[in-house]
Design a protein around this ligand. Structure first.
Ligand code: THU
Length: 139
């Protein structure tokens, strides 16, 4: 299964339109591509209690988990809509959350970050080396 970078970045950009980001004005969209061809998207959801805000990647990952997905994650696209911003790479917490799905299926997803004119391509294992995961909790 080949995933198109431009298509997945476009889906992430479209997902960002559903962000609820009245406090930061920083709308982010994420799109996760799976081995079976499915794409699961999410956008950030902020809260008046700022620290409770949820990232786009966390939303997309949680949606995928709630659809019963447990692996098969091939690619992740993240796009920030704010003007003048560079590429948005997943925050530390989101790297860990994405890594759970990756480890469950034994994949090392490519992460495409867009925003502004910049685009970055990097493997999740490079963003989160020596990741803690499900295997660490096995006997
Ligand atoms: N945000 C994301 O949704 N994903 C990222 O990778 C970085 C940050 C959100 C969280 C918050 O709503 C806003 O961007 C500003 O930090």
């Amino acid at each position: 299964m080949t995933v198109s970078r431009e298509k997945l970045l476009k889906q992430a950009r479209e997902a960002a339109a559903h962000a609820y980001a009245p406090y930061s004005q920083f709308a982010v969209g994420a799109a996760l591509a799976f081995e079976d061809g499915a794409v699961v998207t999410g956008a950030n959801v902020e809260n008046a209690s700022y620290g409770l805000s949820l990232c786009a990647e966390a939303l997309a990952l949680s949606k995928a988990m709630n659809e019963g997905r447990r692996g098969g994650l091939l690619a992740v696209a993240v796009v920030g809509l704010a003007a003048g911003q560079g590429a948005v790479t997943p925050c530390g917490r989101c790297r860990q959350m994405l890594s759970e799905m990756a480890q469950l299926g034994g994949t090392d997803p490519v992460v495409w970050s867009g925003g502004g004119d910049e685009a970055i391509e990097v493997r999740l294992s490079a963003l989160l080396p020596m990741a803690f995961g499900p295997d660490n909790l096995k006997d």
